[in-house]
Design a protein around this ligand. Structure first.
Ligand SMILES: Cc1cc2nc3c(=O)[nH]c(=O)nc-3n(C[C@H](O)[C@H](O)[C@H](O)COP(=O)(O)OP(=O)(O)OC[C@H]3O[C@@H](n4cnc5c(N)ncnc54)[C@H](O)[C@@H]3O)c2cc1C
Length: 177
């Protein structure tokens, strides 16, 4: 199989498919710009996807009504050996700019997933609204870089995420009510 990941958008929400009798499946092919997958024609890619759906037993070719190809350049941030130093350099340059707050995947130049991207935004809001001093750049670093950490939980960023100030405030309000 060349396909990297498959999802059925109707399982996300019925509103993602215009006709309830059909499904809309996304097949992701991970590649580099210029390689054989990237340069394959749209028709060839749809044919490949159709073939692989059948080989996986998910849908027979006659059930595939049509396909659409979207090529996403630079979709993934790339970590290499000097990555951390380069991000440090970017941070050193950006930090002194007053009033600039960075969040998310591209904002922090980090391989953040949706949850980390949202958490970085929540921390940023805390800093602005509640006056906290969260280090936004530390979101998603805890597990990846603190290899000397011996606490097993340190490898599980989701277990260790502290309550945000806004959450604490809401909890306090609900307890007081
Ligand atoms: C192929 C792929 C698969 C992924 N799979 C997963 C997954 O399975 N699970 C998961 O948790 N995460 C996944 N991610 C990561 C997830 O998509 C990101 O972590 C998340 O979307 C980052 O959120 P964000 O708000 O930082 O940035 P984005 O969601 O990229 O939002 C940034 C927005 O800013 C807009 N924008 C950019 N420049 C400007 C400008 N100059 N002016 C105005 N608007 C602008 C963009 O159009 C975009 O809408 C995947 C990402 C990719 C690319």
């Amino acid at each position: 199989m060349r396909v990297g990941r498959i999802q059925n958008y109707r399982s996300w929400s019925p509103w993602m498919v215009p006709d309830p009798d059909t499904a809309c499946v996304g097949l992701e092919y991970f590649c580099f710009r210029g390689d054989d997958l990237w340069t394959m024609s749209d028709d060839e890619l749809v044919a490949l996807a159709t073939r692989e759906l059948a080989e996986l037993g998910l849908a027979t070719p006659e059930k595939v009504r049509r396909g659409h190809v979207v090529r996403v350049p630079l979709a993934y941030p790339m970590y290499d050996a000097e990555y951390a130093e380069r991000v440090e350099k970017i941070r050193d340059w950006l930090d002194p700019i007053e009033g600039l707050v960075q969040v998310g995947r591209n904002g922090l130049h980090r391989y953040n997933n949706s949850d980390h991207s949202m958490l970085s935004a929540m921390r940023a809001v805390d800093n602005l609204v509640a006056g906290t001093d969260h280090d936004i750049w530390a979101v998603n670093v805890e597990s990846a870089y603190h290899e000397e950490e011996t606490d097993a939980d340190a490898q599980q960023p989701y277990k260790k995420v502290p309550t945000t100030a806004l959450e604490a405030e809401l909890k306090e309000m609900s307890e007081a009510a």
